[in-house]
Design a protein around this ligand. Structure first.
Ligand code: ATP
Length: 270
């Protein structure tokens, strides 16, 4: 992969091994579909990191090389207090693994916070939502669209501030077609915008904002706005923007959720 450079002196990563280059690996922090994220310590500086380890063969087998290149390229560009920082990328000696050295975020996923502790107060929810919008708006100003914003991709740091992670589905300006729209359907079913389901091309910014609305709803209510075991039924609900906003939320929060979860991207709040 052209974006990955083999680091001098790196020891091959093996199941038994605990060192990758100058990093000593610790516990597994998370696991995605194509990667394992491990806690790591830089043995020279003692600094903590999270290393996302990707298996090259699996990437090739799954035909997701472009996706990984995109994740690395966008992560290199983005530098913002509410976005997980990518420090460097290297390949293992015999190039079977790709290692992304990331800023270590200690507080876990927002998903688990809501799952374990339930909904947040509007004061706390407002703070996290403002940080989310700050990070997302920064991405959009760089011409980058996340396309998979969800509670699992929002991490919390030691002081309870958010860090957006996982830019594997992100889009850059060169991914726009001549109609000025994006056409690749991606995202996670419960968070996906109706215009993506319509399959006629979509504005990446408006689609990200929809996902932020789903996140805001979940933060303030403790559950997702669009739920159905049947995928076709779920998509119907999303398509119609059929959402019941809890009456106990403040009028301001209700109005904002309604303005974001507007099925028409043209009138949706930007
Ligand atoms: P998916 O298959 O869901 O797209 P992925 O393979 O792209 O996942 P990530 O979502 O980037 O992997 O990371 C998986 C999990 O690892 C995260 O949900 C989180 O729990 C943990 N994680 C990722 N990055 C960090 C980090 N910088 N600090 C701490 N934990 C992290």
């Amino acid at each position: 992969m052209h974006t990955v450079v083999a680091e001098k002196g790196i020891r091959e990563y093996s199941k038994k091994g605990i060192r990758v280059g100058k990093y000593e690996l610790g516990k597994t922090l998370g696991e995605g579909n194509f990667s394992k994220v491990k806690f790591a310590t830089d043995v020279q500086s003692g600094q903590s990191f999270a290393i996302k380890i990707l298996d090259r063969k699996r990437i090739t087998d799954l035909n997701i090389t472009d996706q990984i290149i995109r994740e690395i390229e966008t992560s290199k560009i983005l530098k913002h207090p509410h976005i997980v920082k990518l420090h460097k990328v290297f390949a293992s000696n015999c190039k079977t693994k790709i290692c992304m050295v990331l800023e270590y975020v200690t507080g876990g996923e927002l998903f688990y916070k809501i799952k374990q502790g339930g909904r947040l107060t509007e004061t706390e929810g407002r703070k996290l939502f403002q940080q989310l919008i700050d990070g997302v708006s920064y991405c959009h100003k760089q011409g980058i669209f996340h396309r998979d914003l969800k509670l699992e991709n929002i991490l919390l740091d030691s002081t309870g501030n958010i860090k957006i992670c996982d830019f594997g589905f992100s889009a850059l300006p060169q991914h726009f077609r001549s109609d000025g729209l994006l056409h690749t359907a991606c995202g996670t079913p419960n968070y996906v915008a109706p215009e993506i389901l319509a399959n006629k091309g979509y504005d990446g910014a408006a689609a990200d904002i929809w996902s932020c609305g789903v996140i805001l709803f979940a933060i303030l209510s403790g559950y997702l706005p669009f739920l159905d075991r049947n995928l076709a039924a779920l998509y119907q609900k999303i398509y119609k923007g059929k959402v019941e906003i809890p009456e106990w939320l403040s009028p301001g929060a209700r109005a904002l959720i309604r303005r974001i979860l507007d099925p028409s991207p043209a009138t949706r709040i930007n």
